[in-house]
Ligand binder design. Sequence first.
Ligand code: SF4
Ligand code: SF4
Length: 95
Amino acid sequence: MQNFRYIDKVATLSLDRESCIGCGSCVTVCPHRIFTVTERKAVIEDHDACMECGACAKNCPVEAISVTPGVGCAAEIIARWVNGFTGRKIMPGCC
Ligand code: SF4
Ligand code: SF4
């Protein structure tokens, strides 16, 4: 999903670098490769590619990441988008 783009400058993703311990969990779980870790601190490399799934925030051991709705599931976010576009009520089926 490297070419995926959200709407510019609206994603609610934020990072408290002071709290970050550089564990790399956010790098591992993010489906859009938003983060890198440099000098033991996470860096948001591509803010506008964030889909606000919340997997990073749910897996951060020190709560350094904030994102809304941040449900922790990319499939849930995609289902919400599809429902919004189509008026249907599909469920992600995985959680
Ligand atoms: S909310 Fe989802 S897409 Fe956005 S940075 Fe976190 S894991 Fe990546
Ligand atoms: S998961 Fe949290 S503590 Fe770990 S690198 Fe990412 S922001 Fe830092």
